[in-house]
Every structure is written in structure tokens, then in C-alpha cells.
Design a protein. Structure first.
Length: 223
């Protein structure tokens, strides 16, 4: 769609007209470095009636390479014609990074993607930091195990065994980052197809590494 902005705007307009619910758009800066069209595109999408816009500060060609460029997200916010909420996205990995996104670029909201892998409590950490200016105590391994088990149980419940296990792998490979001598256990966690075995492995993690609380600066996010 980023190569055919006219079509993108036309499709968005048709969706807005066909829906009774608010329609939001999430997109990137443009197709490649020579076509970062987002500032003008944001106006056009607003003009056809979207309720909010999320922008990931990379181009499609970049995929996930380099770092997200938030300057154009700030430019959208500085455009006096824009009035819908703008949500910034890309490379937010810490509560401090979230604060900076609001302060420097004036966005109305942020989205966090990859940093939530194996770290789903990042949203609570960010909320706490924005509210109080202080960082939450890092989780102990015991707390992480309890959360991982609940997360896994919900994943199985919502997605069934196969998808539940596969989708949980990307989280399990990150939940316990930074723990010493963890590689072999991590490999088992992310290769087993047996939910009971994965649950038992999580108990094993608690028994062997429980009580460890990595210092906040070693809090490794999944990115
Ligand atoms: C596994 C995975 C799946 C994704 N699926 C979607 C998707 O369905 N729709 C979407 O708009 N973005 C999707 N994204 C992109 C993210 O929403 C986000 O824009 C991107 O990861 C950059 O944010 P981050 O640096 O916080 O991860 C996905 C990203 C990943 C890693």
C-alpha cells in the first residue's frame, strides 16, 4: 500500500464509510528512504475519516534494520492540520524510552511490540514510571515463572496445543534472558512440543534459579 498511496487512501475511505466503528490505521514512514510519505499521507488519511493513526518509524524496505526514526512522527504531531491521536511505535524497550517518546515527540500514545516478548509486564513498568518517575522493582525469577506458567496456560486455552506452544516459544526464549548457565534449559523450553514437559521445565527453572533478581540495569528486554 505504501507504494500506492492513492489506493491506500481509497481503501481506507471505503472502510471508514462501510464501518460504524471508529477505524484506525497503522503503517510505516513509507516504502523506502526515497519515499517517506507519511507526513502528507497522515493528512490524507485523516481527511477520509480515520479516528487515530499509529506510525512505526521505519520504512517497509528497512524491515527491522537500523533504528526507528521518530522525527517524522514528531513532524506529524507538529502539523497544525492534524487533530486525530497519533501513536508512535518503534524501538521502545524501556520505561525511560517511553517517557522520552512522549516528551520529545509529543505523541498521544505509544505502542510496544518486540520488547513485550517474554516481558509482558513492560506495560505495567511503563505505566508505573510515567505515573511516578521511579522504576519498579525488577521481577524475581519465581515471579517470572509464575507469570510464564499463566501466560502459557492462556496461550494453550486460546490457541490450542500446536499454536499455543509455537507462539509461546518466542516468549519463553526471552522470559529468562540474562540468567547464568541457562542455555541448555532455554533450548529445551523452546523445542519441546509437550505442554506438560514445558510446565515441568518451568518448575525446574524456579527450583534452580528461583530467588535470583537481576539488577534493573540487567533487565533484558526481548529486542
Ligand atoms: C512477530 C511480529 C508480528 C507483527 N504483526 C503485526 C501485525 O499483524 N500488524 C502490524 O501492524 N504490525 C505487526 N508487527 C509490527 C509491530 O506491531 C511493530 O510495528 C514493530 O515490531 C515495531 O515496534 P517495536 O520496535 O516495538 O517492536 C509485528 C511485529 C512482530 C515482531
Amino acid at each position: 500500500m505504501m507504494r500506492e498511496p492513492d489506493k491506500m487512501v481509497a481503501i481506507t475511505k471505503a472502510v471508514v464509510e462501510a464501518c460504524r466503528k471508529p477505524v484506525t490505521v497503522k503503517t510505516r514512514l513509507g516504502w523506502d528512504d526515497s519515499s517517506k510519505i507519511i507526513v502528507e499521507l497522515a493528512e490524507r488519511l485523516q481527511d477520509v475519516g480515520i479516528a487515530a493513526l499509529t506510525v512505526h518509524g521505519r520504512t517497509r524496505c528497512q524491515m527491522y534494520k537500523g533504528s526507528a526514526d521518530w522525527t517524522l512522527i514528531g513532524e506529524i504531531k507538529n502539523n497544525p492540520r492534524m487533530h486525530i491521536p497519533i501513536i508512535g511505535n518503534g524501538d521502545i524497550t524501556t520505561p525511560e524510552g517511553a517517557r522520552e517518546a512522549f516528551d520529545r515527540y509529543g505523541v498521544d500514545g505509544i505502542m510496544v511490540g518486540r520488547a513485550s516478548f517474554g516481558h509482558p509486564w513492560i506495560f505495567r513498568e511503563i505505566r508505573h514510571y510515567l505515573d511516578t518517575g521511579t522504576l519498579m522493582e525488577p521481577m524475581t525469577v519465581e515471579e517470572k515463572v509464575a507469570l510464564a506458567k499463566r501466560h502459557f496456560a492462556l496461550s494453550l486455552q486460546y490457541k490450542g496445543v500446536n499454536r499455543g506452544v509455537y507462539e509461546m516459544r518466542r516468549h519463553l526464549s526471552c522470559y529468562f534472558k540474562g540468567l547464568p548457565e541457562f542455555k541448555a534449559t532455554r533450548m529445551k523450553l523452546v523445542t519441546s512440543m509437550d505442554p506438560d514437559e514445558i510446565m515441568s521445565l518451568l518448575d525446574y527453572v524456579k527450583d534452580n534459579w528461583g530467588g535470583i533478581q537481576l539488577p534493573v540495569e540487567e533487565n533484558v528486554y526481548g529486542i
